[in-house]
Ligand binder design. Structure first.
Ligand code: GTP
Ligand code: MG
Length: 370
């Protein structure tokens, strides 16, 4: 029949594991936290606590691993902002990211291997900023659909010679829907045709009124090509970050989001993960979407092997049993069996869904041929 671990039972009854173990001892059973107890015993224990309601042993293991622990305010530290660059095609998102990164490569790193991973961290005036390269709006939408919220600040890149375009509007809507503050980077200011006033005018049509026009939207003129205004942009990012008082707790199991993942020929499944809260350590048992694993190695955005990743640090991780998807949420789980159960359940669900959509396609095909 169904069983439940002492830990799960405790969660279900809103008691500590120690309290449950004590009750079990009272019933003559010496149990550990990971021990399985059967339905009858679980019901008995619930009764011991005076809990009348019928106990459903099929605990929601997924809910247990996904539950956000309440953070102790004393343990919270200021964390770097996570910044996403958005905007219309060819307005210079990648160029701007590259320019910022190059301008902030310290002497020690120069000449070293700079990995291209989907996210990187820089330091400006002693403060860190994490940048995430969104591979396009589709990926951003997919991430949001999965409930992954990774961005604290959105940089909206608008080319000064082109102005607000359809994907600019899309980006504005995404940022607004996600309730993320927007900083406008008016790019390509080096071009003779640059017309920042026209950009500002067009932005007002989308309820973005820049500061020098009496609004509250920060707009920074920049040129990724001529390396103009980059310092100013970084200053503004740090300013907005400070206002939002971004905090994280490094003393809890890690939680993060997959930015990108692939199957590497030599290294097996590799995922670039942005750790958002807690600290990820080598050896941690993790569940990433439908994939389970144990962190075997971590590589930072400068290609260095690291032993741990603090909040808002992007790292590549090795040691997964399969390739997860961008937008999947990573959680470090102490109970390995619990991790395995959840991953297996998700794999099962994924298979069932794939089967369902396959059936649908074949049905459609069938009708097409009639
Ligand atoms: P997608 O990823 O395709 O959406 O484009 P993107 O927004 O990443 O633009 P990207 O950085 O690839 O730049 C597009 C083109 O604009 C390239 O030819 C760049 O060299 C050029 N470009 C980007 N920034 C500037 C700039 O500040 N000034 C000038 N003159 N050209 C720029
Ligand atoms: Mg690009």
């Amino acid at each position: 029949g169904e069983t439940v671990t002492v830990q799960e039972l405790a969660e279900k009854l809103k008691k500590t594991a120690a309290e449950v173990i004590k009750k079990l001892l009272g019933l003559g059973t010496l149990a550990t936290i990971n021990q399985e107890v059967d339905y009858d015993t679980a019901t008995l224990i619930a009764g011991e606590f005076g809990i009348e309601t019928e106990l459903k042993v099929a605990v929601d293991k997924e809910a247990i691993i996904m539950a956000e622990p309440e953070d102790d305010l004393d343990q919270m530290i200021t964390r770097p902002p996570v910044v996403t660059i958005m905007g219309h095609v060819d307005h210079g998102k990648t160029s701007l990211l590259d320019a910022i990164r190059e301008a902030n490569v310290t002497a020690g790193e120069a000449g070293g291997i700079t990995q291209h991973i989907g996210a990187y961290q820089i330091e400006h005036n002693g403060k860190k900023i994490t940048f995430v390269d969104t591979p396009g709006h589709a990926a951003f939408t997919a991430m949001r659909a999965r409930g992954a919220q990774i961005t604290d600040i959105a940089i909206l890149v608008v080319a000064a010679d082109d102005g607000v375009m359809p994907q600019t509007v899309e980006a504005i809507n995404h940022a607004k829907a996600a309730n993320v503050p927007i900083i406008v980077a008016i790019n390509k200011m080096d071009k003779p045709a640059a017309n920042p006033d026209k950009v500002k005018q067009e932005l007002t049509q989308h309820e973005l009124v820049v500061e020098d026009w009496g609004g509250d939207v920060i707009a920074v003129p920049v040129s990724a090509k001529a390396r103009i205004g980059l310092e100013n942009l970084l200053e503004m990012i740090l300013l907005v970050a400070e206002v939002h008082e971004l905090k994280a707790n490094p003393d809890r199991p890690a939680r993060g989001t997959v930015v990108e993942a692939e199957l590497d020929k030599g290294r097996g499944p590799v995922a670039t993960v942005l750790v958002q809260n807690g600290t990820l350590h080598i050896g941690d048992t993790i569940v990433v979407g439908h994939v389970m694993g144990r962190v075997r190695a971590m590589i930072d955005d400068k290609g260095r092997r690291v032993k741990k990743a603090l909040p808002c640090t992007p790292v590549e991780i090795l040691g997964l049993s399969d390739v997860p998807e961008a937008g999947d949420i990573l959680v470090a789980v102490e109970d390995e069996k619990l991790a395995r159960d959840v991953a297996e359940k998700r794999q099962q669900r994924k298979k069932e869904e794939a089967l369902k959509s396959n059936n649908k396609i074949s049905l459609d095909d069938l009708f097409k041929h009639i």
